[in-house]
Design a protein around this ligand. Structure first.
Ligand code: K2U
Ligand code: ZN
Length: 175
């Protein structure tokens, strides 16, 4: 369980803008290997969610763990997650993204969602989520369609945030 961590792609990597393909039967071995490595990479970031495209795998696979620390680990592995219902009521929450390090913005999304997915062993699951889990699941499923949280804010704020990110990445590369 101490395989090397997976590097997380940073905007403007084109991979982050592509649509991921559904996990098929034939991907079972790959996904069983990838999921724990994504969880380890997410915990190390640290983060509470991670989508396969962020580690360069265009598969519809997401991992989530809202637990605060090692003592409260409750990892979720979601294969082919699908949001099947959204509340009309919305909620605004500050979001970050491991692919846009150091950048944050308030994002408005449906407050509650109904989500369907499969577990690693193929078991079909469905649940209703609200609060931070609803935000996180929508943020991760967005990643599977090449959508980033900055796509949900004004063009002005998006451009400012992307320019700031590019500048900070350039400074990092120089150090
Ligand atoms: O997908 C990712 O890049 C990980 C995201 C997931 C996330 C974003 C916004 C709101 C909820 C989840 C984050 O970078 S994980 C870091 C984090 C930690 C605690 C609260 C919010 C974000
Ligand atoms: Zn993200």
């Amino acid at each position: 369980m101490n395989e090397p961590l997976l590097p997380i792609l940073i905007v403007p990597d084109a991979m982050l803008r592509r649509k991921a393909r559904p996990v098929a039967e034939g991907d079972a071995d790959k996904v069983r290997d990838l999921a724990p490595r994504m969880l380890a990479s997410m915990y190390a970031a640290p983060g509470i969610g991670l989508a396969a495209p962020q580690v360069g795998e265009l598969l519809r696979l997401v991992v989530v763990d809202l637990g605060k620390d090692e003592t409260e680990r409750e990892p979720m592995v979601l294969v082919n997650p699908e949001i099947v219902a959204r509340s009309a009521e919305t909620a605004i929450r500050e979001e970050g993204c491991l692919s846009l390090p150091g950048q944050y913005a308030d994002v408005e999304r449906p407050a509650r969602v109904k989500i369907r997915w499969q577990e690693l062993d193929g078991t079909k699951r469905e649940t209703e989520a609200d609060g931070l889990l609803a935000t996180c699941l929508q943020h991760e499923v967005d990643h599977l369609d090449g959508v980033l949280f900055v796509d949900h804010i004004s063009a002005l704020k998006r451009n400012m945030l992307l320019r700031k990110l590019a500048k900070e990445q350039k400074l990092k590369a120089r150090d």
